[in-house]
Write a protein that binds this ligand. Structure first.
Ligand code: UDP
Length: 271
């Protein structure tokens, strides 16, 4: 993505551009803020410039992190951003993705480029790496390995998890809808669960004998780390435009991830 010649060549050869590449995962953002900012901002500029050069429709994926600490829920696309200091890496990440969005809107307004922005809320599912700290791939692996499940903070923070297959259907549906151009859409599930309950659900569905341990945020991430207490999307806008709503619930997601990790561990055992 930062290789402008490679981006130019790829965009030249395709019909539409779906810009998914980014530095993601709170753990990665906190550990490597400079890399994350450069990747997200320079990468988006490079993709949008190439899309403009070849007049390709481009869908830019953004994030629910945009809303920062706005814990009111459900959050509609026009909800306020409530951020802490830019000295806190998490808010710097939120700002980098806001810059990506602003670039997409500006290319649409000032250069007439067909752009669409999608804010993804906790997209999860098979093949999500545990390497960047995301909760479901981590807790499922811990449960299946018989290790303690690490719940950060008191576990009362809530999230809504959306199956990656549902998210993909949303992106494709928006790309097929000309009225989506120049606009922004939330994509996520409305099934809200606390992380403490999520850990218990994972233990139950894996029939694991693991225990749940609580890890303070400043040990899990860094001192001064701030988490979002709640993050629930309002998806009325995409639903009204293209009729999208998630088809898979949290149990479907957990079953898919558990099956994948079991297969991976069985493969490791026979190797
Ligand atoms: N989390 C946790 N244990 C872990 C990893 C994450 O309790 O091993 C928490 C994290 O603090 C957050 C929630 O799970 O409150 C979702 O984290 P994730 O990184 O998956 O997504 P986020 O919503 O933070 O972008």
């Amino acid at each position: 993505m930062l290789d402008e010649l490679a981006v130019d060549e790829a965009v030249r050869q395709c019909d539409v551009v779906i810009h998914l590449a980014a530095a993601v995962g709170v753990k990665l953002i906190v550990e490597q803020p400079l890399y994350s900012l450069t990747t997200n901002i320079r990468g988006a500029i490079s993709v949008l410039q190439a899309a403009h050069r070849y007049r390709r429709k481009v869908l830019v994926t953004s994030t629910s992190e945009i809303y920062g600490k706005n814990g009111a829920g459900p959050l509609s696309e026009t909800a306020d951003r409530i951020l802490g200091s830019p000295a806190v890496s998490r808010w710097a990440y939120s700002t980098s993705k806001a810059v990506d969005e602003i670039l997409a809107y500006a290319y649409h307004r000032e250069r007439d480029l067909p752009t669409i922005v999608v804010r993804l809320f906790n997209t999860v599912g098979p093949r999500q790496s545990p390497a960047y700290g995301m909760v479901i791939p981590r807790l499922v692996r811990q449960a299946l390995a018989g290790e303690d499940l690490t719940v950060y903070g008191d576990g009362s923070q809530t999230r809504c998890f959306c199956h990656v297959s549902d998210a993909v259907e949303a992106l494709i549906g928006l790309l097929d809808e000309p009225r989506a151009e120049g606009d922004v859409f939330n994509v996520g599930s409305s099934e809200e669960i606390s992380i403490g309950e999520l850990a218990s659900r994972i233990i139950e569905r894996t029939e694991s004998s693991s225990r749940i341990v609580h890890v303070p945020y400043d040990v899990a991430y860094e001192s001064g780390f701030e988490d979002m207490a709640r993050r629930v999307p309002d998806t009325t806008k995409i639903n009204q435009l293209i009729g999208w709503t998630p088809k898979r619930n949290l149990d479907d997601i957990l079953d898919d991830v558990i099956a994948e990790v079991r297969a991976e561990q069985a493969g490791d055992a026979t190797r």
